[in-house]
Design a protein around this ligand. Structure first.
Ligand SMILES: [Zn+2]
Length: 128
């Protein structure tokens, strides 16, 4: 069982599964949304319980997914695919989790879009 929250605590969540699919997305959308890049864990949607859902504001930029953040403190929290039939997972920002997360980044994606002010560590799988 993992727990987490936004910065102000209005949105809290628990995840009843392991955080196995941890990845970082360096696309320009995720970089703007988070202020750096999005490190998240894709967890089975039915293992997630959210409290304070009324404090979540959703931003939809494409037909593929919507992004949820706390309307009070602005914390980036959820990456939610809109096709619920095809995708049974919900992405949750790793920074919102309480420690220990018992996971680490296993994959970096859209690295061709990454910022020019940082490098990605060696030894982790990368997809441009
Ligand atoms: Zn908040």
């Amino acid at each position: 069982m993992h727990k987490g929250s936004c910065l102000c605590g209005a949105v809290r969540f628990t995840v009843a599964s392991d955080l196995s699919e941890a990845s970082a997305c360096h696309c320009s959308r995720c970089r703007k949304w988070t202020g750096h890049f999005l490190a998240d864990a894709e967890v089975p949607r039915d293992t997630v319980t959210i409290a304070g859902e009324e404090h979540i504001k959703w931003f939809t930029m494409s037909e593929k997914a919507r992004r949820g953040f706390c309307a009070t403190c602005g914390s980036s929290l959820f990456f939610d695919p809109l096709d619920k039939v095809k995708h049974s997972w919900l992405g949750i920002a790793l920074g919102a989790f309480d420690s220990p997360t018992d996971t680490h980044l296993k994959l970096h994606i859209f690295t061709g879009d990454k910022g020019d002010y940082y490098e990605i560590e060696e030894g982790v799988e990368q997809h441009r």
